[in-house]
Design a protein around this ligand. Structure first.
Ligand code: SF4
Length: 378
């Protein structure tokens, strides 16, 4: 019974909030939805429409209409991206900044009203449960696409797949939002980003199967695609080894590929210790069950593998590393990668740690995983 009222409850909350804010924001010619988009743009100046769509699970038509209206009202300006002409970046205007405090205050008042008599403990339980449910909903949504979508292809690499002369392909889309991610355009898929033809890639691999040893499938997160398994089967049919780069959040799919011997090497990003995982992947909270199961699965050594962690000053300290070591204890391999700040990162203003601290982290981790190495130290 409780299950049946979940969506009804959510829609009651949404509609009453909508009614309330529509009334309050009428003086600014704004509705509830457009006020949401306006605050999102204000908090992420330069965001694209696609990024808003992916982050909030909005459909693109709704966003396009709302942004047009915000433009007409002179709350938002749209600029072409200098590096990628297909992408359009959104910025708030002075007129928007004049009313933004009012919008935040109105929201604060509304939430104070809704949460009166709710204790901190009750709220915390509610939010945790809600996050769990939303996580499942988002994963379902992102896994809608059957066909693997490839947006990048590197014909030859000697680095990506240890011991193999390989090609690397990059799938688009990811269920995480790691602030230090270097592949912002792959995660958010800029408007009109050109998808590569899978048949062309398979034909290229077929022509070079005597020269290449394997293919590295990276992303984004490749396992968001239901059709990944079929695609890998085609690559394996060419006699090529397959290395999979994954964030480990799709345990069932990973296990299936390992059980069916469709992957020869798995590189799993373990982003941080459990205590700091959610913030490190750019989410408010995250149910780690799948990640924990993937870690245990790989530790069983049914397939060759490595764990890897990109070290970022804002997310990793010695305490977090000690806790990470305890969690991954007994793993076969762990690489610590030095973060490099680039314009393509999801969040600007993050920093790498100095070499001495990285070596100190490596030494802590070697107590638990003796083979721990540093990668990409400059
Ligand atoms: S670093 Fe990997 S898991 Fe994180 S957002 Fe980027 S592609 Fe996704």
């Amino acid at each position: 019974m409780a299950r049946n009222v979940l969506s009804l409850d959510s829609s009651i909350l949404y509609r009453s909030s909508q009614k309330h804010f529509d009334k309050i924001f009428a003086k600014y010619n704004l509705g509830y939805a457009s006020s949401l988009f306006l605050t999102t743009i204000y908090e992420h100046e330069g965001i694209t429409m696609n990024e808003i769509a992916i982050t909030g699970n909005f459909d693109k038509g709704t966003i396009t209409k709302s942004v047009q209206k915000l433009q007409e009202l002179d709350y938002v300006i749209v600029k072409s991206n200098e590096e990628d002409k297909r992408a359009k970046n959104l910025y708030t205007t002075n007129k928007a900044r004049d009313i933004i405090t009012d919008i935040y205050l109105a929201k604060q008042t509304w939430w104070d009203h809704l949460l009166q008599d709710v204790t901190d403990e009750e709220l915390s339980t509610y939010l945790k449960t809600n996050d769990k449910i939303l996580q499942r909903a988002r994963e379902y949504d992102i896994k809608e696409s059957d066909e693997v979508k490839i947006f990048g292809f590197q014909k030859l690499t000697l680095l990506d797949y240890p011991g193999n002369m390989a090609s690397t392909l990059f799938t688009g889309g990811c269920n995480f939002r790691c602030p230090f991610c270097q592949n912002r355009s792959l995660v958010f898929l800029n408007e009109g980003a050109p998808e590569l033809d899978k048949d062309d890639i398979l034909s290229y691999l077929n022509d070079r199967k005597g020269l290449l040893d394997g293919v590295c499938i990276s992303g984004g997160e490749p396992l968001i695609y239901k059709g990944l398994k079929d695609f890998i089967k085609k690559v394996k049919a060419l006699g090529l080894n397959v290395k999979l780069d994954t964030n480990g959040s799709f345990y069932d799919e990973l296990k299936e590929l390992i059980d069916e011997r469709l992957v020869d090497y798995v590189a799993m990003d373990v982003k941080n210790c459990k205590e700091r995982y959610a913030e490190t992947i750019g989410l408010d909270s995250y149910d780690l069950t799948s990640i924990e199961k993937s870690v245990e699965l790989l530790k069983m050594d049914l397939v060759d593998y490595e764990f890897r962690t990109t070290i970022v000053k804002e997310f990793h300290d010695l305490e977090a590393i000690e806790s990470l070591g305890k969690w991954l204890s007994g793993a076969k391999r762990l690489y610590l990668q030095q973060f490099v700040a680039r314009d393509t990162c999801i969040q600007k203003g993050l920093h790498a740690l100095d070499k001495d601290t990285l070596y100190a982290m490596r030494d802590i981790l070697r107590k638990y995983i003796p083979s721990t190495e540093l990668r990409g130290i400059e």
